[in-house]
Design a protein around this ligand. Structure first.
Ligand code: AMP
Ligand code: ZN
Length: 139
């Protein structure tokens, strides 16, 4: 249930300080120490799950419910106009802390912290084949 080398488990156990903004029986949320906007928050299950592939559905629902509650609350407390919810699952996706978490990133100014993606031309040219692979129609 806990991972002794995990920084977020240490926060859950109260061994490492955090700027806590929310807590219930299953979920804790605290401010990211490297915020990309004011109120950038990490919503974390108290039980150690490494990523989206690992977390059970019912716990994921609890994390997302808390994330939405927090996002809605930041409209009044912080004056947020909008929000990005983000999760990286796996090293290749940029995950750096391997305890599942959802980033709640409040947005205040039009497109200031827009997440931008570079389009992949080969993914686009293969799109029909990709759909077939996903649907099991080609290898
Ligand atoms: P990710 O790269 O998606 O795994 O996100 C991990 C996030 O955790 C980063 O944005 C870090 O700034 C943040 N972080 C790491 N350690 C702490 C900590 N002790 N307290 C708060 N945020 C942390
Ligand atoms: Zn952990």
């Amino acid at each position: 249930m806990v991972d002794s080398g995990c920084i977020f488990c240490s926060i859950v156990r109260g061994e490492v300080p955090c700027y806590k903004v929310y807590e219930d029986g299953d979920v804790i949320a605290f401010l990211d120490i490297e915020p990309i906007s004011e109120g950038h928050t990490l919503v974390v299950p108290k039980r150690h799950c490494s990523d989206i592939y690992d977390i059970p559905d019912d716990l994921l629902c609890k994390v997302m419910t808390a994330a939405r509650k927090i996002a809605m609350e930041y409209r009044s407390s912080l004056g947020a106009k909008a929000v990005n919810l983000l999760n990286a699952s796996g090293m290749e996706a940029g995950q750096s802390v391997f305890h599942f978490h959802v980033h709640v990133v409040p947005a205040y100014d039009y497109m200031k912290n827009r997440i931008s993606f570079r389009h992949d031309a080969s993914a686009k040219s293969n799109i029909e084949k990709t759909q077939k692979r996903i649907n099991g129609e080609v290898l």
